[in-house]
Design a protein. Structure first.
Ligand code: DQQ
Length: 559
């Protein structure tokens, strides 16, 4: 069994020990950030019936103190698990948690419950109470007991009523994946709308819906506030759904109608509005069950997502922990109005210690590899690549459009090309036997160019029988308009490699388990395996300090 000292992340969020999955109820309240999460206090595996809400607090979204679990499966309305949900700050600054209670009633029954702080004056909100009147939303007759869950943050509609969305399969075991809307005057009595927010027949079951407003270009994000509601022309919405049978999160930008509470996705021609599995993804790598919140202290929307392990369960148990959260990411609408952009919250930069600048203006020729000295396994690397000539780019095949991952699988980092593959090799052993490649390829497409981004894990570890895919997504930019440049930022954190391509338009998170990481240093390289020349017009790299993540319990300075 592997003890994995070398792969435990140093600044990604994880509990001191045991299993975590979905982020739950993120919020900013009275100067404190809260993150709750699906947590199994009994060990490093999932355990449906044991799930509690872990609870941590922070001043900066980087350093976290652990508190006692906020919700445990102890009530008749949640005795088989406190499953995912969200936080809403009610008038008077009272936070409410809404979550799914899983009940063992001979057969499984899922219901929606509320919980409130035991003492709203406690600045840390340590203890939570579940009113005896729960569940506030029982299982509807047309929904199977195991398919009704994951309430969103509530928002207020034009009629002054609260609304939440809940994922459900409607119409029996082969029903339709639906996002139902419930409305309430008092946060206690909820009534279902006749129309769902959105349905996707092809998707099977969706989970963890997230609906949030995004400002049109030029409009200040802060105007949108905490809740979703306003129907002014300056607002569009993003709907994200987590699709169970692909274990992926998909989102679309679209129009939310705040009179009838429906969402109409606005998607490109190659995608299908009715099949959310063709939508864009926040992350083309290994994340699921993402959830955002509005951070009123900095007028920004912040997204969390769960990146689970892909090592064996035996190794998870030996290490005593499993599952991390991505770094919190700021999310906003791109100028093109079609996609969101994501960027690590600026507070991550407080961890930057030793700064390394190298390769400025350097050229990387075909087959070239340049080492970035002194960054290692805990690093933040920002690069801008410039391609002097796109003339030689290979021709793009239209049937590749919907399967960038396949394109990356067939054309890994070691497959030479014309414009690309070029990018970074990270978590690389000294002899380069082990490495994880993050790279771009540029293709000619309809008189323009198409940029592919990949994270190739095939050489990430020398261990056999490991999950070593090549992840891929297109980067939706006009590379000529950008002066034939493309940017890449990669956060390296031992077993987490989290990359932001094209200014955060395409993100790929990967989990890697290199053997060398147990007792040897890891390195970072720039590489080019295309025949065309690539210039590194900017390269900055920092070692990142270790954050204080849940290593202290209950102690938290209010200064
Ligand atoms: N995880 C939770 C569910 C949710 C699923 C249970 C998504 O509420 O649907 O741990 O990962």
């Amino acid at each position: 069994a592997r003890h994995g000292v070398g792969i435990r992340p140093a600044y990604h969020f994880l509990p001191a020990k045991n299993w975590q999955n979905d982020p739950n109820g993120p919020m900013y309240h009275n100067g404190v950030y809260h993150l709750f999460y699906q947590y199994n206090p009994l060990g490093a595996t999932w355990g449906a019936g044991n799930l509690s809400w872990g609870h941590s607090i922070s001043r900066d979204l980087v350093n976290w103190a652990a508190l006692d679990t906020a919700l445990d499966p102890t009530a008749p309305f949640d005795n088989n698990g406190c499953w995912s949900g969200s936080a809403t700050i009610l008038p008077g600054s009272i936070p409410a948690l809404m979550y799914t209670g899983r009940i063992d009633a001979g057969k499984e029954v899922q219901v929606q419950n509320v919980a409130f702080p035991k003492n709203p004056a406690d600045p840390l909100l340590r203890e939570w109470v579940k009113p005896a009147y729960n569940p506030v939303i029982p299982l509807p007759a047309d929904v199977p007991g195991d398919n009704f869950r994951d309430p969103t943050t509530a928002w207020v509609g034009r009629d002054g009523l609260w609304r939440i969305a809940v994922a459900a399969k409607v119409g029996g075991p082969n029903g339709i994946a639906s996002t139902l809307i419930y409305r309430s005057k008092d946060f206690r009595h909820w009534k279902r709308n006749a129309l769902p927010l959105y349905t996707s027949r092809a998707a099977g079951m969706v989970e963890c819906p997230d609906l949030f407003p995004v400002a049109e270009p030029g409009v200040e994000e802060g105007r949108l506030g905490y809740a979703s509601g306003p129907a002014s022309g300056a607002v569009r919405h993003v709907l994200k759904l987590s699709v169970m049978n692909t274990t992926q999160d998909y989102y679309a930008v679209g129009r939310y109608d705040d009179v009838v509470d429906t969402f109409v996705p606005e998607v490109d021609a190659e995608r299908n509005a009715d099949d959310c599995r063709t939508w864009r993804r926040f992350d083309y790598g290994h994340v699921y069950a993402s959830k955002s919140f509005f951070d009123s202290s900095k007028n920004r929307r912040v997204l969390w997502a769960w990146a689970n392990e892909s090592d064996s369960q035996d190794n998870d148990i030996a290490r005593g922990w499993s599952g991390v959260q991505t770094v919190p990411r700021k999310v906003w609408l791109d100028e093109d109005g079609k996609q969101v952009r994501q960027w690590p919250i600026e507070e991550i930069e407080t961890l930057r210690s030793k700064r390394v600048v190298g390769l400025l203006g350097a050229q990387v020729n075909a087959g070239g590899v340049n080492k970035i000295i002194g960054v290692g396994a805990q690093a933040d690397v920002e690069a801008i690549f410039e391609i002097p000539s796109l003339e030689e780019a290979e021709t793009f095949q239209p049937n590749w459009l919907l399967d960038p991952q396949k394109l990356c699988e067939e054309n890994g980092a070691s497959v030479p090309g014309r414009v690309g593959p070029f990018g970074l090799l990270v978590m690389a052993s000294s002899n380069m036997q082990e490495h994880t490649a993050i790279f771009f390829r540029v293709f000619r497409h309809n008189q323009k160019y198409k940029v592919l981004m990949c994270t190739d894990l095939t050489r990430s570890t020398g261990r056999d029988n490991m999950y070593k895919p090549s992840y891929g997504g297109f980067v939706d930019i006009d590379i000529e308009q950008q002066g034939r440049t493309i940017s890449l930022r990669t956060l390296i954190d031992h077993s987490v490699v989290e990359s932001f391509g094209g200014g955060g338009r395409t993100c790929i998170t990967a989990r890697v388990y290199p053997e060398h990481a147990e007792n040897k240093n890891s390195h970072v390289f720039v590489f080019n395996n295309g025949t065309g020349l690539v210039k590194v017009s900017k390269l900055e790299a920092w070692r990142l300090a270790m954050a204080s993540v849940n290593v202290v319990h209950g102690h938290f300075s209010l200064k």
